[in-house]
Design a protein around this ligand. Structure first.
Ligand SMILES: CC(C)(COP(=O)(O)OP(=O)(O)OC[C@H]1O[C@@H](n2cnc3c(N)ncnc32)[C@H](O)[C@@H]1OP(=O)(O)O)[C@@H](O)C(=O)NCCC(=O)NCCS
Length: 410
């Protein structure tokens, strides 16, 4: 029987949601679609919730939504792809390939110059033109060894869940506009992060604690969301582990929030997930080795669909003009383009000149947010320098002082 790859209709949503739950091995979210419905309701109407339907059963799922992506010096509308699953009974028959082809076509038709996703596994999405564009780290802190060199400004305030839910969307929207790699967050994202929505039948999550950082003018510049796990005592001493998610405007705010966490009584170890790779905040400590990187991994992958729109939506650290020959077997980004600009803005147009650099669309996705240097990717064979000096110019133009970071999982 052939598998029908198409947008689902509303009545199919419970089965679609159930297939997502099974595909991700999240049996606790098999609740007839109640938990996921707020996210996808509008997108079903827009035809962006795709299914691989096999004789009435949902064998594959993929959902896409429109988001705002911050890029160096600006932002643009992007297609965010998520909830990608194929049932274990139907894998490796091309269902993902067909769903992705449809999703990318829809994104391009809607005028989204890039598509983004966060892969579960590295080898899946390069074949569709995505390249890894951001990384994040997990920090582990030895609470007894950590301490600040000097007191940092700002105050920390404990807030309740309702206050955190009410005030943080504005804080995030303000701060993310200066964070290449950040996407906008909708109300459901915040409800879920606050623990206000959860799969039916799941116990209320009352373990979350919230703290915010205010600068001397009283403006919130970051927050920490954390839980504390009381582990077996060591002798008579408490031995708690604190796990946190920290979001901060600057390294100084980050360090101040971290201090608040490691100074808590009973806490011997702090683990902070989803942090930028930029580790300048550790330099506010008298012993930066009290903190170490427990994990590091790629997060946001970028697929350029419209090269002129994407490359003219960002600014460039150094002034210059580069001619790029982009290879894309699916056609969207294929061609030769001149990007010309600097810190004030840029233009990008198709040209017929011979290129300065030749690169596959995946590499352009990796370069787009300012992450790796073109010269480093060239050493891995991922960019070819056609004119001497072009790689150095690409480094000077594309790179950003601070590595891009995707603070929002989706
Ligand atoms: C990943 C997943 C969606 C793939 O679906 P699928 O329908 O089996 O994929 P397809 O048959 O369309 O495969 C397309 C290509 O991707 C490759 N591929 C698919 N999944 C892969 C994986 N996990 N690792 C490496 N290659 C993979 C296939 O080999 C095939 O390669 P080809 O084009 O060279 O022939 C499915 O395995 C799945 O649901 N996994 C668990 C949930 C998950 O990880 N989802 C992704 C969330 S980001």
């Amino acid at each position: 029987m052939t598998i029908d790859i198409r947008p689902i209709v509303d009545a199919e949503f419970p089965a679609w949601s159930d297939a997502v739950a099974v595909g991700f091995h999240h049996a606790e979210t098999r609740d007839g679609g109640v938990f996921r419905r707020p996210v996808w309701e509008a997108e079903i109407g827009r035809g962006r919730v795709l299914g691989g339907i096999d004789g009435g059963r949902v064998a594959g799922t993929l959902g896409a939504f429109h988001t705002e992506l911050t890029v160096p010096g600006g932002g643009l509308g992007a297609g965010a792809i998520t909830s990608v699953t194929v049932q274990a009974t139907h894998r490796r028959r091309g269902i993902l390939r067909s769903m992705m082809a449809q999703a990318l076509r829809q994104a391009a038709d809607l005028g989204e110059a890039v598509a983004v996703l966060i892969p579960s596994e590295w080898p899946i999405y390069g074949r569709y033109g995505f390249g890894p564009a951001t990384e994040e780290v997990m920090w582990r802190i030895d609470a007894a060894a950590a301490g600040l060199l000097e007191p940092l400004p700002g105050t920390i305030e404990l807030v309740g869940v309702e206050e955190w839910r009410r005030e943080m969307p504005e804080v995030y929207a303000r701060l993310r506009s200066a964070m290449p790699g950040a996407i906008s967050r909708d109300g459901w994202w915040w409800d879920r992060a606050a623990g206000l929505v959860r799969p039916a039948g799941q116990p209320d999550d009352k373990s979350k604690l919230f703290a915010v950082h205010r600068d001397d003018a009283g403006t919130v510049q970051g927050y920490a969301k954390y839980t504390v796990e009381e582990r077996d005592r060591v002798g008579l001493a408490p031995n708690s582990k604190l796990k946190a998610d920290v979001f901060a405007a600057t390294p100084a705010v980050q360090a101040r929030l971290m201090q608040f966490l490691w100074e808590q009584d009973w806490v011997v170890e702090v683990e902070v997930i989803a942090q930028p790779t930029d580790d300048i905040w550790r330099l506010f400590l008298h012993n930066p080795r009290a903190v170490w990187q427990a994990d590091r991994y790629d997060t946001l992958w970028v697929r350029i669909l419209d090269v002129p729109s994407a490359l003219s939506a960002r600014t460039y650290a150094g002034e210059g003009r580069l001619v790029l020959a982009v290879q894309d077997k699916d056609g969207y980004a294929e061609g030769t383009f001149a990007v010309e600009g600097g810190p004030g803005g840029a233009t990008c147009v198709p040209v017929t000149e011979s290129p300065d650099l030749t690169l596959p669309v995946q590499t352009l996705g990796s370069l787009y947010l300012g992450g790796p240097a073109a010269s480093s990717l060239a050493r891995a064979g991922l960019v070819v320098e056609e004119r001497p000096g072009a790689l150095a110019l690409a480094d000077a133009m594309f790179r950003t002082a601070v590595a891009p970071f995707a603070p929002t999982w989706f």
